[in-house]
Design a protein around this ligand. Structure first.
Ligand code: GLU
Length: 426
């Protein structure tokens, strides 16, 4: 079983989506289930509705999963297991005040030492604990030995026992900390492989230590993905933003799989990638988010799209409009850019600086023109009926047919707009 474990605290960005996609691909390759675990344990950080919008995006990207679970529903297990650890003396109540913990932190900083708990409350007698009225957290005792594990990308990793610290597993309100809930849930759901961002690398030894303390000896494979850096100041790495800008889910997914991967082809679907993708071969260096590359891939996906489907995305229901849009891919890469070319074709064209009389003449002429299969025939008709030629013909004609002053060859566009001339010439 694999899991994608988003926190419902914000919008999904490219790094989160990449984690989801890789979990999906690897689950398919291993023929194992993928669950979505909404990590909603930190009530203060949760943002209402974000869980739903994450699930909607997963559907939009066709990331199939077997079930959705909410981490907060496991509270009783988190608490019961913490009590078990306390009974076994692997965990202890910590009454230290925030002020004292702050002091420890400052002291560690001054001495350039790691900020770890000093272990004071682990030494309290049972009687002292029993008689203490102060609020307490629950800490897991740090391991006696170093913790080692293998990361599928980074190789052998070792953390010293003091680095793991006697970390909190339950907060003052007896709700679990992030690290603890995550470790317990990976065990509860029988997770076999964890694929997540590199920022969680130092959590892994803590989670392994915790499961060791519970005698859980199933090995979980770990892969920590390198960071995707984004130099742009605008937040163009939000998935909702990219979708709003007119990028196709299939292209975004293609781009994210391609990042740092030695792919046999550049343009593919997720289903194709399941055939050849090898997560252990992706680059272990951080990768740059390059919107120009994403634009290129988006264009390629638009080129490959079924004409009728493209037409529907643009708000029409005729494959000719899909074909027309594909001609405009010469100068566009996104759905929005295509719309900005195609929709004006059907709008009124009232004024064209320096050619307004010519525009009027052309409009009148075209309203009476018979239907022509070929653009040249139409052009011959116009030349015969009006005295327009050269720029006085080409400029207003392009404007009248496309509402633009330049663009693709009109003869190439004509086959796909010829049935709409009545709507276009107005
Ligand atoms: N909840 C974390 C996140 O939203 C993921 C933690 C994990 O995968 O273990 O990125």
């Amino acid at each position: 079983m694999l899991r994608f474990a988003p926190s419902p605290t914000g919008d999904m960005n490219i790094a989160n989506l990449r984690v989801a996609i890789f979990n999906y691909i690897v689950a398919k390759q291993k023929n194992e289930d993928l669950i979505i675990r909404i990590e909603d344990i930190d009530k203060e950080k949760n943002v209402e509705g974000k869980d739903k919008s994450i699930l909607e995006l997963l559907n939009l990207f066709s990331i199939e999963y077997s079930s959705v679970v909410y981490q907060s529903e496991n509270l009783k297990y988190h608490q019961r297991i913490a009590m078990q650890l306390m009974t076994k003396k692997e965990a202890f109540s910590c009454f230290c005040s925030n002020d004292k913990l702050e002091e420890l932190k400052l002291e560690a900083k001054e001495k350039s030492k790691p900020n770890v708990y000093d272990g004071f409350c682990a030494t309290l007698s049972e009687e002292t604990v029993f008689n203490c009225n102060a609020p307490f957290t629950v800490r897991l005792k740090n391991p006696k030995e170093n913790i080692t594990f293998i990361d599928g990308l980074k190789g052998d990793i070792e953390y010293k026992s003091f680095e793991i610290d006697s970390f909190n597993i339950l907060k003052h309100d007896k709700t679990p900390t992030y690290n603890y809930a995550c470790a317990v849930d990976d065990m509860l759901y029988d997770i076999s492989m964890v694929i997540r961002d590199e920022i969680y690398l130092s959590d892994t030894p803590k989670q392994i230590h915790l499961r060791n303390m519970l005698g859980y000896d199933k090995k979980i494979e770990y892969i920590h993905l390198p960071i995707i850096s984004n130099e742009n100041t605008d937040d163009d790495s939000s998935i909702n933003y990219l979708i709003k800008e007119g990028f196709l889910p299939s292209a975004i997914a293609n781009y994210l799989v391609l990042l740092g991967t030695n792919a046999p082809v550049e343009i593919f679907t997720l289903e194709d990638a399941i055939e050849w993708f090898d997560i252990t071969k992706i680059s272990n260096n951080s990768v740059k988010f390059d919107i120009r590359k994403l634009r290129f891939i988006n264009k390629k996906h638009l080129e490959l799209m079924d004409d009728l489907r493209l037409s529907k995305i643009l708000g029409f229901a005729d494959s000719d409009i899909g074909k027309l849009a594909k001609i405009y891919l010469e100068e566009s890469c996104t759905i929005n850019e295509l719309k900005s070319k195609i929709l004006p074709i059907f709008e009124e064209k009232n004024s064209l600086e320096s050619f307004s009389d010519e525009l009027k003449t052309l409009k009148e002429c075209l309203k009476t023109a018979p239907y022509y299969e070929e653009f040249n025939e139409l052009k011959n008709f116009i030349t015969k009926e009006t005295s327009l030629k050269g720029e006085s013909l080409s400029k207003p004609l392009r404007y009248l047919l496309t509402k633009a002053e330049n663009g693709p060859d009109l003869a190439a566009l004509y086959p796909f707009i010829k049935n709409y001339l009545g709507d276009i010439i107005k």
